[in-house]
Design a protein around this ligand. Structure first.
Ligand code: FEO
Ligand code: CA
Ligand code: CA
Length: 675
C-alpha cells in the first residue's frame, strides 16, 4: 500500500508515524558517512560513491561484498549480464514485458475458488457470502508450494497470497453505505471482512504459460474474521484476554496482510502491516500498546465497529466498556501486528499467530538459508516512517523433516542498530537479557514479562536505541551467500523537528528510496554484529547510484522500492510502489509502477516489467524451475486528487472495473525467466 501522503483514501490511515523516541535516524548516520563538502558538490548520490571506497571502509568497497565462499565467481548460474532487453517506462493501461516474453493475468479479485464457486459479477454485485468463496482484493505477497515431484512440481501447486486491504468504491455498487456515521448494510461489512486475508488455491498449467484453478480440497479463504490461535510468549497473557477469549489463547482474523514469508517445513507466513486503523479507542488516554502503534481515537478505517449488534464487527471498538478486559474488546488490537503461520496442506488447520517474532507493522518476513543443526534466523521490517528492522533467532536447532512451527515460539527477538562506520549490531529485546533490562530501567520503562515486551515491541526497540529507518519494506536473503537485502522505500516525514534535514541530508525528504544490504559476522545469520552498505540509491538519472558508482539510466531508473525477491538463479527482483507524483513526466518521469531485475554480484539492473495504470507491483515467486514467474498487481486504477485521470479497466478491458490480479510471466521459448 502506498504512503498515506501519496494516497487518496483519507481514511486509510496506513503507515502511521508514531515514533517519538529520540533514537538516531538512518539519514543522520548516512550524513556522518558522507562528507559535507562532497554532498554540497554533487548531491548525496555522488557523495555516496566515495563512502565505501574511503579509508576504513575498504572492506565494504563495492562490488565484492559477497561473503568469501561466493567471491571470485558470480553466484548460481547467473551470467555476466542479465539475459533480456530492458523495457522502457510506460504509462499505458497494460502490462509490458521484454521481447520474447508473455504476461497473462490470472486469479483476479472475485475468482471463485471454493464453496459453490460463485461467479464474479462486475459492478460490485457479488454478496458477502460470494466473497467468502472468491479471491480477495488487493493482492500482495504470494508463494507457490509445488505439488508432486519432478517436472510435475513445475506444473501443479498451491498458490497462497495475501489481500492487503479493500477499495470500497470498487467492492460495492456505490461504495460504502454510511448513514449518520454508521454502516447500515450488514452484508457490505461481511463482504469487506471476507475480501481481506489470504487465499489458498490449487492451480495447474494447462498450456505453456496458461494456468487454471483446480477445484481441489486445499482451496480455502482465510479472512479478517477467521479464528486464530495465539502461540508463543503472549499466549494466555492478560494483554490478549478478551470477551471472545477470556483465557487469551484465541483471536479472530488477520488484517492488512502485506508481504509474506514461508518456512523450510512448507508453511506460509502472512504479515499484519497497517492494522492499527481498523480499531478505535475512545476511553481517554490510550495505553502504550495502542498509542505507540497509532490506534485512532476517532473513527475506525471502515467503521465495521458501528455494526454494534454483531460481536464479530463490534470488537473493532477497543474502548473500555466492561468492568474487566474479559467483558469487552479493549485488548482486541493486541491480537494484531503479528506474523501468522498457515499450513496450506491442511485446510482444517487453525492459523497460528507466532508472537515471539514481535508485534509491529510487519511488512514481510524472510529467513536465512536453513542450516542443519543450527538456529533459524528470520528478518522482518516495520513499515512505518522512522521504524526499525528486526530479526528473530530460534532457540531450537533446525532439523530437516523434523522441525515444525513450534520452533518459532521460543527464541530471541533482536533489533538493528546501524553505525556510521559501516558496521552494525543486533540488540536483544528479551527480558532475560541483562543489557535489555538495564536499558529499560535507564529509560524508566517497566516491562512485566516477555509477553509485555512483545506486545510493546516498538517501545522495547526504542529503549535499546534502534536506528530509525526510511520505511523498511520487503527483505530478501541471498540463498547462496546469506547476504540480506532490504528495501527502504522512502520517508516523506523527514524534515520535522525530530528528523531534521540539512545540507548534508539532501535526500532526507526524498521519495526515491534505496536498498540496503548487510552481511552477518562470520557469515552466521544468528551473529550479533554485521557489516552494511548501500546496494542502490533509487532516483532519476541525475540523482541515483548503482553498485558500480554510476547513476541509474533510462533502462533502469526507479523510485520507492518495495517488493524484493531473489530467485532460484540468484536474480534479485525489485518491485516499486511509487506514488502518483513520481510516475508522471512533469514530476517523476518513472512511469507506472514496475519490476526490475538486478545481479547482486555486479550490481547490474534492468527494467523487466511495467504494470497498468494506478497499480503497484508486489509479490514475486516462480515455479522451482524458474520458467514460470507469478507476480501480483495491486490496486490498478487507484486514483485520487493527484491524478484523477488515472482510470484503469485492467485486466478485463471495456468498461469493467479494474481488478487486482496475479500475472503469469513466461518466456515464449520456454526458457528460464530473467537470465
Ligand atoms: Fe503494504 Fe509496506 O506495503
Ligand atoms: Ca509500499
Ligand atoms: Ca508493500
Amino acid at each position: 500500500m502506498k504512503d498515506k501522503t501519496q494516497l487518496l483514501h483519507a481514511t486509510d490511515g496506513d503507515e502511521i508515524p508514531s515514533n517519538t523516541s529520540g533514537n538516531p535516524t538512518f539519514a543522520s548516520i548516512l550524513e556522518k558517512r558522507v562528507s559535507r563538502r562532497d554532498v554540497m558538490r554533487g548531491g548525496i548520490a555522488a557523495a555516496m560513491a566515495g563512502v565505501f571506497a574511503s579509508a576504513g571502509a575498504g572492506a565494504l568497497a563495492a562490488p565484492g561484498f559477497l561473503p568469501p565462499r561466493a567471491q571470485g565467481r558470480p553466484p548460481f548460474g547467473l551470467k555476466g549480464e542479465l539475459g533480456f532487453t530492458p523495457v522502457p517506462v510506460s504509462i499505458a493501461d497494460t502490462t509490458v514485458v521484454p521481447a520474447g516474453y508473455t504476461a497473462r493475468p490470472f486469479l483476479p479479485w472475485g475468482t471463485p475458488i471454493c464453496g459453490d464457486y460463485p461467479s464474479y459479477v462486475d459492478g460490485g454485485l457479488n454478496t458477502g457470502a460470494d466473497q467468502e468463496c472468491q479471491i480477495g482484493m488487493n493482492h500482495d505477497g504470494i508463494h507457490f508450494f509445488p505439488l508432486g515431484s519432478g517436472d510435475e512440481a513445475n506444473l501443479h501447486g498451491l498458490i497462497c497470497m495475501n489481500h492487503e486491504y479493500i477499495d470500497q468504491p470498487k467492492l460495492h455498487p456505490n461504495g460504502a453505505t454510511i448513514v449518520g456515521g454508521a454502516r447500515v448494510i450488514e452484508d457490505e461489512v461481511r463482504k469487506e471482512v471476507a475480501a481481506h486475508g489470504v487465499s489458498v488455491v490449487q492451480v495447474r498449467e494447462v498450456a505453456h504459460g496458461e494456468w487454471e484453478v483446480v477445484k481441489g480440497e486445499y482451496n480455502r479463504r482465510i479472512t479478517a474474521g477467521t479464528p486464530m490461535e495465539i502461540s508463543g510468549p503472549v499466549r494466555g497473557s492478560d494483554l490478549v484476554k478478551t470477551r471472545y477469549s477470556p483465557d487469551g489463547t484465541m483471536t479472530r482474523g488477520t488484517l492488512n496482510n502485506c508481504a509474506h514469508g514461508f518456512t523450510p517445513w512448507g508453511t506460509y507466513l502472512t504479515c499484519e502491516e497497517n492494522w492499527a486503523g481498523y480499531f478505535a479507542y475512545r476511553s481517554g488516554e490510550r495505553p502504550r500498546e495502542l498509542a505507540r502503534y497509532g490506534v485512532p481515537t476517532g473513527n475506525t478505517r471502515y467503521r465495521w465497529d458501528t455494526v454494534t449488534h454483531i460481536d464479530a464487527y463490534a470488537r473493532f471498538d477497543a474502548s473500555v466498556k466492561g468492568l474487566s478486559a474479559t467483558e469487552d474488546y479493549r485488548n482486541e488490537p493486541n491480537g494484531q501486528g503479528w506474523i501468522v503461520e498457515i499450513d496450506p496442506f491442511d485446510p482444517e488447520s487453525t492459523p497460528v499467530k507466532r508472537t515471539a517474532l514481535g508485534r509491529f507493522a510487519h511488512e514481510g518476513v524472510v529467513f536465512a538459508p536453513a542450516q542443519n543443526g543450527q538456529p533459524l534466523t528470520f528478518y522482518s521490517g516495520d513499515d512505518a516512517r522512522n521504524e526499525y528492522i528486526y530479526k528473530f533467532v530460534t532457540e531450537g536447532r533446525y532439523q530437516p523433516s523434523r522441525t515444525r512451527g513450534d520452533i518459532l515460539d521460543r527464541g530471541t527477538l533482536f533489533v538493528a542498530v546501524f553505525h556510521d562506520d559501516g558496521t552494525g549490531e543486533w540488540r536483544a529485546l528479551d527480558i532475560r537479557d541483562k543489557a535489555f533490562r538495564d536499558a529499560a530501567a535507564a529509560a524508566g520503562v517497566d516491562f512485566r514479562d516477555q509477553a509485555d515486551v512483545l506486545v510493546n515491541t516498538r517501545l522495547a526497540a526504542d529503549v535499546v536505541g534502534a536506528t530509525k529507518m526510511d520505511r523498511p519494506e520487503w527483505g530478501a536473503v541471498h540463498p547462496q551467500t546469506n547476504e540480506v537485502y532490504f528495501a527502504l522505500t522512502n520517508n516523506s516525514t523527514r524534515g520535522g523537528a525530530s528528523n531534521p534535514v540539512d545540507a548534508a541530508n539532501p535526500r532526507a525528504n526524498s521519495d526515491f528510496g534505496h536498498i540496503i544490504r548487510w552481511r552477518e559476522q562470520g557469515n552466521r545469520p544468528w551473529a550479533l554484529r554485521f557489516e552494511w552498505d548501500i546496494f542502490v540509491l533509487g532516483g532519476p538519472t541525475d540523482d541515483s547510484r548503482k553498485l558500480d558508482g554510476e547513476p541509474l539510466d533510462e533502462t533502469n531508473m526507479f523510485a520507492s522500492p518495495d517488493g524484493l525477491w531473489i530467485d532460484h538463479n540468484g536474480v534479485l527482483w525489485i518491485q516499486t510502489d511509487m506514488g502518483g507524483s513520481q510516475q508522471r513526466a512533469e514530476q517523476g518521469r518513472f512511469g507506472n509502477n514496475q519490476m526490475l531485475a538486478a545481479n547482486p554480484y555486479t550490481g547490474e539492473i534492468r527494467r523487466f516489467f511495467v504494470g497498468p495504470l494506478g497499480q503497484e507491483v508486489t509479490g514475486c515467486i516462480s515455479t522451482p524451475d524458474n520458467r514460470t514467474l507469478f507476480i501480483n498487481i495491486q490496486h490498478p486504477g487507484e486514483s485520487g486528487e493527484i491524478f484523477p485521470q488515472v482510470a484503469s479497466n485492467w485486466p478485463d478491458g471495456g468498461n469493467a472495473r479494474a481488478r487486482s490480479a496475479t500475472v503469469i510471466i513466461t518466456r515464449d521459448d520456454g526458457g528460464v525467466v530473467g537470465t
